[in-house]
Ligand binder design. Structure first.
Ligand SMILES: Cc1cc2nc3c(=O)[nH]c(=O)nc-3n(C[C@H](O)[C@H](O)[C@H](O)COP(=O)(O)O)c2cc1C
Length: 406
């Protein structure tokens, strides 16, 4: 049976499924609940030192419990939501770690935000002294109250801050240490810094800013305000891009990824793109953490069926099989007229959508029968995507790979 264990520095995880920092991990009681489900690890909701927390929250919500108006709406492809910061400062979490950590079987990763480098250093030391097994620094969070603070709001996009915080915290503590960063597709260079300064893992997190949908009958927003959207398939594919941008980095540092996991196979896909672990929040909020057990079995069965004994063996498996944009375009001359669509008349119901979407005029539906002019078909496959009857398929698709690789 496949071995699902992975390592984050010296921290050993029984499996790569991590309950990520968020609404499910706001309090010590939440962590105890998470412990029942057999995740590889659980990350506490990100926390500030008291003094730093006051700098962030007070000007906006004096005297208010900042999670008071957490509010979620399901989009059918994830959540849009508004939420606040953890009301539990590092000092209170440190006490919780001291009093409770021995009873918890699942590795608990502390999570820290700060508005200054001293805040990161002092918070990290406090977590380490309290017995936290590992620490994740959160460098970047799109909550409106954090955006004015360069050391946390958009810190992921500022290489000088990423380098300063990661290297100073690395010097301050010796427990396994990672950093969670947002990702900018136009400049992925900051994501290289954590490995350079000796962190044990990098967590790439993809969430999108989002405004709520509208209830058209009432002409009201589904929730009054929203800070973001999580859990969507778009986030998963954006995360693939972030993983690809890592080049070979995944071989030297544990890359964890967070955003858009909806099924066990998404976890496998993330690993094949180079991740070593996957951090999940939205799916567990929507369907419960009981999924972890089922996912472990599905992943393990899949690995057995494909001959992967270890997560490490499956890691990055897709990367050598992907072609660059230029490589694909270069095959055009040799594949033209060969990669073409063919139809199964028995399945076709003559709806005509394929004719409508064919840019090349290669498809005609005449008296309910689909006719394809193969000489002018460009093999783009949009008709195949649209066919609700699975009556169309592309022939010779494997040619692109064969020709590109010689
Ligand atoms: C309500 C909510 C609160 C969150 N709070 C935190 C947080 O405090 N710290 C953090 O690192 N990530 C936080 N996240 C981000 C999640 O950990 C996760 O990275 C993100 O939601 C993408 O993963 P998903 O698509 O599986 O939800 C939060 C997410 C949600 C939905």
């Amino acid at each position: 049976m496949a071995d699902l264990r992975v390592k984050m520095g010296s921290l050993e995880l029984e499996n790569p499924i991590i309950i990520s920092s968020g609404h499910l991990t706001r309090t010590g009681e939440d962590i105890k609940r998470c412990d029942k489900y057999g995740g590889g690890a659980v990350v506490i909701k990100s926390s500030f030192l008291e003094k730093e927390y006051e700098k962030v929250v007070k000007p906006y919500a004096p005297g208010l419990f900042p999670d008071a108006r957490a509010n979620f709406h399901s989009t059918g492809d994830g959540l849009v939501f508004i939420c606040g910061l953890s009301p539990i400062p590092v000092e209170a979490w440190a006490k919780w770690f001291k009093d409770n950590i021995k009873e918890i079987k699942t590795p608990v990763i502390a999570s820290l935000m700060a508005v200054s480098v001293e805040g990161y250093i002092n918070g990290a030391k406090m977590f380490q002294e309290a017995g936290a097994e590992a620490l994740e620094i959160l460098l970047g969070c799109p909550l409106p109250y954090l955006l004015p603070h360069p050391y946390v709001g958009g810190a992921s996009f500022n290489p000088a801050i990423v380098e300063e915080v990661c290297s100073e915290v690395r010097k301050a503590v010796d427990i396994p240490l990672g950093v969670k960063m947002m990702f900018n597709p136009l400049d992925q260079s900051p994501l290289q810094i954590p490995r350079k300064v000796g962190l044990d893992w990098l967590t790439i997190a993809m969430a999108f800013p989002a405004a709520p949908s509208i209830k058209l009958d009432e002409i009201e927003p589904v929730i009054p305000s929203s800070v973001g959207s999580t859990g969507s398939k778009v986030a998963k594919h954006a995360n693939f891009v972030a993983l690809l941008g890592q080049g070979d980095q995944y071989q030297d540092i544990h890359v964890s990824v967070s955003g858009g996991t909806q099924t066990w196979s998404d976890i496998v896909e993330f690993i094949m793109y180079g991740a070593s672990s996957v951090q999940i929040q939205t799916l567990f909020l929507q369907k419960g953490m009981g999924l972890i057990k089922e996912f472990k079995k599905n992943i393990s069965d899949y690995m057995d069926s494909k001959g992967f004994g270890l997560i490490e063996e499956m890691k990055g498996a897709i990367l050598p099989k992907l072609l660059t944009f230029d490589e694909v375009i270069a095959t055009y001359g040799k594949t033209k007229g060969k990669i073409v669509v063919s139809a199964d008349q028995e399945k076709c119901v003559g709806c005509g959508v394929c004719e409508e979407v064919c840019n090349w005029g290669a498809i005609k539906v005449i008296d309910g029968t689909v006719e394809i002019e193969k000489e002018i078909c460009e093999g783009c496959g949009i008709c195949v995507c649209d066919c609700t009857q699975e009556a169309l398929r592309l022939e010779n698709v494997e040619l692109v790979n064969k020709i590109a690789r010689g």
